[in-house]
Ligand binder design. Structure first.
Ligand code: RM4
Ligand code: MN
Ligand code: MN
Length: 394
């Protein structure tokens, strides 16, 4: 690789930031069992402290996404300054529209207008929190759906959603973004009101320029071509962000890139291809959305960041001129090999150099293991309550 090319790749790697989720630092589990991890963060302050450590070690994770009410606090100005002291800030604010008793039949799509209003009010509260912590992003995932054919009128639910989202959109501060996240199943099993990217796209389009689609990499049926969805949304300038994680069967929320590294690379290949060919790159928020059930939380987050950086670095190495030539010549396997060459490149030396230039340890995981932080929090953070045992009847 020519030295200017290497320099450009190094600079791109250093600029590329990833948002980590507060909920990835706390205990979480399946419906069968929540295993306690010794030292797992128990509240927002501890989650911010762990996230700040991930940022110090990687240099590329300055923002932390929050979920309300999981992370609810009384004094948001204090949270904002505490985060700033730690060297991070609050990123996307995610409303929870799935935990109240009232939401049995949905939230923004519920047949009862009073429940819909309750859900709208909660999102407006999140917009207010975002203003107070200086965040410009509301990231909305809906658990709404039905379990049985005929349970509710699907078109009526769609219209209710349009109405409630319009009310929410009108309350966004200028410059604030509403990211709409879809998922094809769970917790509802017959239909989900925002099931796929086309539905999220349609609603975002109708709402206006502050609304964009969020792609959670674990929210598609088996075999869905993620890179194609990403390319399509990029070309329509409707992609607003990602929730990265990996999956094998359902919404497994495993470490991104741990199960399907080639797929992650292909997603980044589309991102790099689209953004380098545009004079003004669109704003895309790269966020992790994982739930670390049996693995150590902080190390899992570090591993995730490293996997994302590898996928991005490899995508930057794709020889786009050779690729275009092979495509134009109908050279099917020649084109495939251009991608394969980049994917098979060992980018660890490149990433290590980028970190050294940023004044960081070239190996963030080794640095973390040496730091003694895990042992220290295991001592200083006793489990707040006996670990939950999962859901009765699971
Ligand atoms: C959903 C979705 C959301 C996440 C919730 C808790 O499956 O991925 O982004 O915040 O779970
Ligand atoms: Mn998600
Ligand atoms: Mn999910």
């Amino acid at each position: 690789m020519a030295s200017e090319e290497r320099r450009a790749v190094l600079e791109a790697i250093k600029r590329f930031t990833i948002e980590t989720p507060s909920w990835g630092y706390g205990d979480s589990g399946t419906r069968f069992k929540v295993f306690h991890w010794p030292g797992a963060a128990r509240n927002l302050r501890e989650k911010l402290a762990d996230a700040a450590l991930v940022h110090r070690l990687t240099g590329v994770c300055p923002r932390v996404a929050i979920h309300i009410p999981w992370d609810k606090e009384d004094d948001w100005a204090a949270v904002k300054s505490y985060a700033a002291e730690l060297g991070v800030r609050i990123g996307a604010v995610n409303p929870n529209l799935f935990q109240d008793e009232e939401y049995r039949f949905g939230s923004l799509c519920h047949p009862d207008p009073a429940v819909r209003q309750r859900a709208v009010k909660h999102v407006l509260e999140c917009i207010q929190i975002a203003r107070e912590v200086d965040s410009d992003t509301i990231s909305l995932w809906l658990a709404d759906g039905t379990n049985y054919p005929g349970q509710d009128d699907l078109r009526a639910r769609k219209r209710r959603l349009e109405e409630t989202l319009t009310e929410i959109y009108a309350a966004l501060a200028p410059g604030m973004r509403l990211l709409i996240e879809y998922k094809f199943f769970e917790p509802a099993f017959y239909h989900t009101d925002l099931a796929d990217w086309g539905m999220a796209y349609t609603l975002a389009r109708k709402l206006g320029p502050q609304a964009r689609v969020l792609v959670d990499t674990g929210h598609h049926p088996q075999g869905t071509n993620l890179a194609h969805i990403v390319a399509f949304l990029l070309d329509e300038d409707m992609l607003g962000g990602f929730h990265f994680n990996d999956r094998r069967y359902a919404d497994d929320d495993l470490i991104v890139g741990s199960q399907h590294p080639f797929e992650l690379f292909l997603v980044f290949n589309e991102l790099v291809a689209a953004t380098t060919s545009q004079s003004q790159a669109p704003r895309i928020d790269y966020m992790i959305d994982q739930s670390h059930n049996i693995e150590p939380k902080i190390e899992a987050m570090l591993q995730s960041v490293l996997h994302i950086q590898s996928a991005y670095a490899r995508a930057l190495l794709v020889d786009r001129r050779r690729l275009a030539e092979a495509q134009a010549a109908g050279d099917v396997l020649g084109a495939y090999r251009v991608l394969r060459d980049a994917f098979e490149t060992d980018v660890r030396p490149l990433l290590a150099q980028a970190r050294e230039e940023m004044g960081l340890d070239p190996d963030p995981i080794a640095a973390f293991r040496r730091s003694g932080y895990a042992e220290e929090v295991a001592r200083s953070r006793p489990a707040s309550k006996s670990g939950a045992s999962g859901y009765p009847g699971a």
